[in-house]
Design a protein. Structure first.
Length: 316
């Protein structure tokens, strides 16, 4: 549904327009796993879709015993992957809440990831899940050449993931987040890593968005003219290059990459490239993500403000 046409509300559901995933999500909420098995089984050769679906379903299943029942009744590549995904979510939530069970849950999650990768050695998803936990114990592998700041981090784990899928979206985002200041990194290290990773990626890859993600992450509203940063030539040209080279590929995606589109639409809007931003919002349709808008205020308000600046209607 084109963004220009919808008259209802924004759709914040993580499944977006993956209708099969949305249906399975309802089943998982009801405690049923058979449709989840089928939805994941068809993604064994599509790592991007496998990562997306397993992550969305794990976010719903983490508070239930569904994956434990599934694993006991039908051990296989899909149930072990979901067990790993759920275990990692529980470990991260416990660590962030300073729960005394955090270390034990992290050990369980690492074992679950190992089991999932042993069940399907070609699948990079368990390794991307491990990268999500890297910030909990801060590994300090030396950085490769080519980075100005040479920041240490989980480089060996990242390299193993890339050996399975060199352009794995989630792995790159998990790895970059390790260097965010809120997880113990620094602004300079995050920018350095984002630039390094983006420059390696093909021109038409969504990974070219990584510097824009780092830019949002480093936003400091107390700095003078903080919201004018996107108008600087380097950031404007970065956003326009992604618009020209990546946006045309979105039509071939099996699901709308809402989060990536949101970062691009935000950057173009902030850079005063309203014509291009409008096209990105149109590609998003009614689907919405809380990032990057939540960094700047209430997400729905910020999204509506950006759409209005492009001459697009906002939900009634």
């Amino acid at each position: 549904m084109a963004a220009e046409l919808f008259e209802g509300q924004y759709v914040w559901h993580p499944a977006a327009d993956d209708r099969l995933l949305a249906s399975v999500y309802v089943d998982v909420r009801a405690g049923r796993y058979r449709s989840a098995r089928e939805a994941l089984a068809e993604t064994r050769a599509d790592f991007a879709l496998r990562a997306h679906r397993s992550l969305v379903l794990a976010s719903e299943a983490a508070g239930t015993d569904l994956v434990e029942r599934w694993l006991a009744e039908e051990p296989g590549p899909e149930s072990t992957l979901m067990w790993a995904r759920v275990a990692v979510q529980r470990a991260i939530r416990a660590a962030d809440a300073r729960d005394e069970r955090a270390e034990a849950l992290e050990r369980i999650a690492l074992a679950a990831c190992d089991r999932a990768s042993a069940m399907n050695p070609a699948d990079p998803t368990p390794w991307a899940a491990k990268l999500a936990m890297a910030r909990l114990h801060r590994p300090h592998d030396p950085a490769p050449g080519g980075l100005l700041t040479s920041p240490p981090g989980p480089w060996r784990l990242f390299a193993h993931t890339l050996a399975l899928d060199p352009w794995h979206r989630e792995a790159h985002h998990r790895f970059l987040s390790f260097f965010f200041t809120r997880y113990g990194g620094s602004v300079n290290a995050a920018w350095d890593v984002a630039a390094f990773l983006a420059q390696r990626a093909p021109a038409g890859s969504a990974l070219r968005l990584l510097p824009l993600v780092a830019l949002v992450e480093s936003h400091n509203p107390t700095q003078l003219l903080a919201e004018r940063v996107w108008e600087q030539p380097q950031w404007r040209s970065t956003a326009l290059s992604i618009y020209r080279n990546w946006l045309p590929t979105v039509a071939g995606y099996r699901f709308t990459p809402v989060l990536d589109l949101a970062y691009l639409a935000h950057a173009l809007g902030m850079a005063r490239c309203e014509f291009e931003a409008r096209a990105v919002f149109t590609a998003m349709g009614p689907y919405a993500s809380r990032m990057p808008w939540s960094v700047f205020g209430e997400p729905a308000d910020q999204l509506s403000r950006a759409r209005r600046a492009c001459g697009l209607p906002i939900p009634s």
